[in-house]
Every structure is written in C-alpha cells, then in structure tokens.
Design a protein around this ligand. Structure first.
Ligand code: ZN
Length: 449
C-alpha cells in the first residue's frame, strides 16, 4: 500500500488520496479527537484536513462540515486515536453495475490505481490475497471477508451492495472462503455493456464509464435511442434513431421479459431459428440486405464486419419469440399437428412469421431450403419443426407443462462468438472483418442467450 512497497513515487494527487484512504480505513496518521456521545458511545470529530483531490474527482466534495463530522463537548481530556472518517468520497453503485466498474470509479475518486485501492480496502491482519491484474473488461470477484471490507469502507450495507452489484452478491467458486480476504480479477461470466451516459447521471465520468450487466433486455436505452456496446474505455452506442424497427422490437422484447417466465429461453430458441435462416443465405434476399448496409453506415464499418452483429437479426428474433410464446398460437399449432402432421403445422407457423415480418415468401423459401438440405456445419435442420414436434408431443418425449419445450439442440445453437458467426456469414476471410468489428466494439455486449 505504501509508496516504498510499490517501489515507485505516486503523483501528488494520488499520494493525498492514499493518505485519505488510510484515514478512512483507520490506519493512517490522521489524529482524531474522540468525543463521548450521548449514551456512552464514542464519536469522532476528525481534526485532519480531508479534502480529496478535486481536480481528479468527478464527484462532488462533501461539505466541510460533513468532512469534519459532528463534534461534542468534551467531558474528559481529549484522547488522540486513529479513526476512519466517513464518506470522504461518495460513489454509490449503479444498479446492475460490475463490481470492477464500481471499484474503478471509487479509485478514480481517490485518484489512485484501482489495484492499490482494492489492496488497501481488503487488507487485514489475517492476510490478503489478490489474484490477477486489474485489466480492462475484467470483473472483480471478492470472498466473504473482502466483501465485508468493501461494505465497511464504503459505508453501504452488504445487502444493498449485493442488490446493486450482481458480481458482488455471490463469491466465485474459485475463490477460497476462509479468514484471508481474497479478491480476483477474472473475466465476467455474463455479457456487459457501457451504460447510457445521460441515464447514468452523476455516476457518469468521461474518465471511467459505468459498466453494467444488461441482463435480459437492458441493452437498449429507449429514452436516448441507443444500442449499448461493450466498450470499457468510454461509453459507446449505436444510434437507433434511423432504426425504429429495432426500438419497437426492444419494447416488445421487454414486454415479453415482463410477461413470460421463460422469456430468455424463448429468445434463445427464436435466435437459433433466425440463425438457421441466416446461414442458409438470408442476406442474399432482398429486404434482409438493408439492415446490414444501414448498420455498416451507422458504425462506419464494412458490411462484412457488421454481418454477424446481433442487431441485424434482432427484430426478426423478437417477432419469432413472441409468436412461439403466444399460447393461442401454441394451441392452434398443436391442433394442426394432430390433424395434419408436424410439417403442416410448421408450414402454418412459417407463413405467420413471414406475414409478421413482411416476408411472405419465407415459408416457400424455407421449404426449398429443407429440400436442398441444411448447409454443412450447421446441422440445425429445421429448428422450428423440431419445436413444433416437441410442442405437439410428436417427438414422443412427452414434455409436460412446457418442460424441455424451449431446449435448443446443441448443433442448432447460434454461436455466441462473433468470429464464428462471421465465418459462416461472409464469403471472404473473416479475420479482417472481425478485427474491424472489434475496433468498433461490435464483438461483445448483449446476446440472446
Ligand atoms: Zn439513456
């Protein structure tokens, strides 16, 4: 924690912040006058100047009165002890934020490297261990003692931190739970995005974006018409104003999430169905070409670089998902499958998808694709036909009350990796396209999984 241990000199601002951190943790040289509180409890009125580095902090300074804390008349001689002042830098976590993002914003408030802040916060006599480097895009995982230390340090109750920070709620299975405070910088286990700056309010800083887990449908800001991207350096987003169909699809998607308990699984199955159309050459069809060109122009990338982005298939995926989740349509498909067989019911379903997506040729086109056989390497067959077979019980598995209904066979799954998707969708080498997409922050972020 100290400068000698790190073997390098800290800038003046960071040194002051480090002193503040020590004060806050009650380990520093700051001397406080311990005053008796009513009822016998002790309360400290710190006499050390505690102004934080306002030049490097985007957060408002606590008022001088708040920094000093309340003072009470002394009934005894003043006793000088080290004590932690409260709330030097107030950095409340944003709902759904990555713990690493919150700790980076805390460190920024103190003008110090985040690894130094973590080490200082969780340091304890029983021992401290930090695994991994604090690289951008990683999540910070903490075991029990380390989580408790962060709660003490921030003055925010543990349960409140756990409610706001999904990565904080549980320990990582690789982190040992013992008396040693342990922290580790590992890859996030879920997709994340940079939060919309205007919606982040006072938490936003041009030095450190707020990174959040979008969960089921938090990847679009309806207020500011943005598709949020996974850029850990600064907030990046795709402007959705020229793409009203994406905004409409998101509203419908959010409604599906609110109303259907298995909305994620439904979206995953719908994404697999649309993916099977993509790999069978949908981009060559008129009407499915324009979203690719538009996204290319919005991002300044070549069409080959954006071809695999989730946004392009998103409206169709939501349309299919809503149809599959519609119970009246499920009943109709069951009846048709019982009366005329699964292929006939699938054809009815495809015609309805074609009608809703304004692609009336979809049913005939899919039938032609089925006759020609699936593209090698895809192995999906007809995802929707398999689903109709499960729905109607024609597969003989006897699914009860939706159990297993939304399962996607492994060969039919839409690849999560951007590079893998690109390799299916473009004729030329995908390496250059993927690199270009990576530079535009298109390769990460929310996926229908
Ligand atoms: Zn917004």
């Amino acid at each position: 924690m100290c400068r000698q241990q790190r073997g390098r000199a800290l800038p003046a601002g960071a040194a002051r912040a480090e002193q503040h951190l020590q004060l806050r943790l009650g380990r520093g040289p700051g001397l406080c006058r311990l005053s008796p509180m009513p009822g016998g409890a002790a309360r400290a009125g710190c006499t050390t100047p505690l102004a934080s580095d306002s030049a490097s902090s985007p957060w408002p300074e606590p008022s001088p009165a708040r920094r000093r804390g309340p003072t009470f008349p002394l009934r005894n001689l003043p006793v000088e002890v080290s004590c932690p002042p409260r709330a030097l830098v107030q950095v409340p976590p944003v709902a759904g934020e990555l713990t690493s993002s919150w700790s980076r914003r805390l460190a920024l408030g103190y003008g110090m490297p985040v690894q130094d802040l973590v080490r200082g916060v969780i340091s304890r006599p029983e021992g401290t261990r930090i695994t991994g480097a604090a690289r951008s895009g990683r999540e910070l995982y903490l075991n029990g003692p380390a989580r408790a230390a962060f709660a003490r340090f921030s003055g925010i109750p543990l349960n409140e931190l756990a409610a706001r920070l999904p990565g904080f709620a549980f320990s990582h299975e690789r982190l040992e739970e013992d008396a040693v405070a342990r922290a580790a910088w590992w890859a996030p286990r879920k997709a994340w995005v940079a939060a919309c700056p205007p919606c982040s309010g006072r938490s936003w800083s041009r030095h450190q974006p707020v990174l959040v887990y979008p969960e089921a449908a938090g990847h679009v800001c309806q207020r500011h018409h943005r598709w949020l991207l996974a850029n850990c350096q600064q907030a990046s987003a795709i402007d959705l104003r020229p793409l009203p169909e994406v905004l409409l699809a998101h509203r419908r998607h959010a409604a599906l999430v609110r109303s259907h308990p298995e909305a994620r699984a439904v979206m995953k199955l719908a994404a697999a169905a649309v993916w099977s159309w993509q790999v069978q050459g949908w981009q060559q069809k008129a009407g499915w070409h324009s979203p690719t060109s538009l996204l290319a122009s919005l991002t300044g990338c070549a069409p080959s670089a954006v071809a695999a982005h989730t946004l392009i298939a998103y409206p169709d995926t939501v349309t299919v998902a809503r149809l599959l989740a519609d119970q009246s349509w499920q009943a109709r498909l069951r009846e048709t499958a019982t009366a005329s067989g699964t292929p006939a019911a699938t054809q009815v379903l495809l015609e309805e998808v074609g009608r809703r997506t304004r692609r009336l040729w979809l049913g005939d086109w899919m039938a032609a694709c089925s006759r020609a056989g699936s593209r090698p390497g895809v192995g999906a067959g007809n995802v929707l036909e398999q689903w109709v077979a499960r729905l109607s019980g024609a597969d003989g598995a006897g699914h009860r009350a939706g159990e297993g209904l939304w399962a996607v066979p492994r060969p039919a799954r839409r690849p999560v990796g951007y590079g893998e998707r690109t390799s299916y969708l473009i004729e030329s080498s995908s390496r250059e396209a993927n690199e270009e997409a990576g530079r535009a922050f298109l390769t990460g972020g929310w996926e229908p999984t």
